[in-house]
Ligand binder design. Structure first.
Ligand code: BG6
Ligand code: MG
Length: 217
């Protein structure tokens, strides 16, 4: 690990748990189309962008839609999701999330967000942590979803920090791959048997210790 200057955090599953809200809205969509999705299937949608998630769901239900119908369904799902997250607050921060961000800042390092969600800036505002990020890259600003490195590389560029001086933090397999493809050190959040490409794995940000990752003079 070279001298670390910044941490780039994923949002969903790292800082807050929005998967439960996505699940409710996707489940409604599936039911409109005449089938069901379960929690096990929902796991496959973590870290996957909106249209890619819709395509996986349609494939799962054996339903074929035109591009126009897909846009309409995705928009309706998002309207429902936006309603579900309207009541989010600081109480929805995962344990240790605020403390982790503050400890990175306190150590004199920069923070960025790299989220596949177009709703990321609104969620940060609801959580009351927008001011803890030096820069935010969401799905509106990139062409290629994770595991492509684009989102993490863009975060590093916006911070003005070389990727190899950044540490990425992710809960999804595709997210960890995106970090590694960007040439960063990867902290996985979850199960080490699943996040096999991560350089270190912790259960959650409550176990995050910035001192473990920085070199002191
Ligand atoms: C990711 C979530 O962060 O964002 C996915 O893990 C979600 O489940 C994706 O589909 C896109 O989110 P949004 O808010 O742009 O529909
Ligand atoms: Mg995630």
């Amino acid at each position: 690990m070279s001298q670390i200057q910044a941490f780039v955090f994923d949002l969903d599953g790292v800082i807050t748990d929005t998967a439960k809200f996505h699940f409710i809205a996707w489940q409604k969509l599936a039911q409109r189309l005449g089938f069901d999705i379960d929690h096990e299937f929902n796991e496959r949608l973590k870290g996957v962008g909106r249209m890619d998630s819709l395509n996986l769901i349609l494939q799962h239900g054996g339903v074929i839609l035109t591009d126009e119908q897909k846009d309409k369904e995705a928009a309706q799902k998002n309207d429902e999701y936006v309603e579900l997250i309207a009541d989010m607050s600081a109480a929805d921060l995962l344990p240790g999330a605020r403390e982790a961000l503050e400890s990175v800042r306190g150590a004199g390092l920069k923070t960025a967000l790299a989220s596949a969600s177009k709703n990321a800036p609104a969620i940060l505002a609801r959580l009351g942590i927008s001011d803890l990020f030096d820069t935010v890259v969401d799905a509106n600003l990139v062409v290629n979803g994770k595991p492509d490195p684009e989102i993490f590389l863009k975060a590093a560029a916006q911070l003005g920090v070389s990727p190899n001086a950044c540490i990425g933090v992710e809960d999804a397999v595709a997210g960890v791959q995106s970090i590694k493809n960007a040439g960063m050190y990867a902290i996985g959040i979850g199960d080490a048997r699943v996040l096999t490409r991560a350089d270190a794995v912790i259960d959650g940000l409550h176990q995050f210790d910035v001192n473990r990752f920085i070199v002191k003079d």
